[in-house]
Structures are given as C-alpha cells and as structure tokens.
Design a protein. Structure first.
Length: 57
C-alpha cells in the first residue's frame, strides 16, 4: 500500500515540475526567440488612435 502512495506522489511531483517548466518556457524562453517588432507596435498605436473617436458612445 505504501508503494502505491509513493508512486502517486512521485507522479504528482513530475506533473507539477512539468507544469512549472511549461509556464517558465512561455514566460521567458519564447520571448527571447521572438523579439518585439517596434514597427508593429507603432502600427497598432496608429490604429487605436484612428479608431478611438468612432467607438465612443
């Protein structure tokens, strides 16, 4: 019975560790590979400024 509990605990720790690695990968490593494109941010700001007065009610 104690072997079953220990196996469940080990699997739970592996699952938790994998989840943490996926979260850290999404937060840090993917941002390094894809740098922020400043031109696209500038275009988005222009679109927001142009669409701003039309959407106000």
């Amino acid at each position: 019975m104690s072997q079953i509990i220990s196996i469940i605990l080990v699997l739970n720790l592996c699952f938790a560790g994998g989840t943490i690695l996926v979260i850290l990968h999404g937060m840090f490593f993917s941002k390094r590979r894809h740098p922020i494109d400043l031109d696209s941010i500038y275009d988005l700001e222009i679109r927001k400024n142009n669409e701003g007065p039309k959407n106000q009610f």
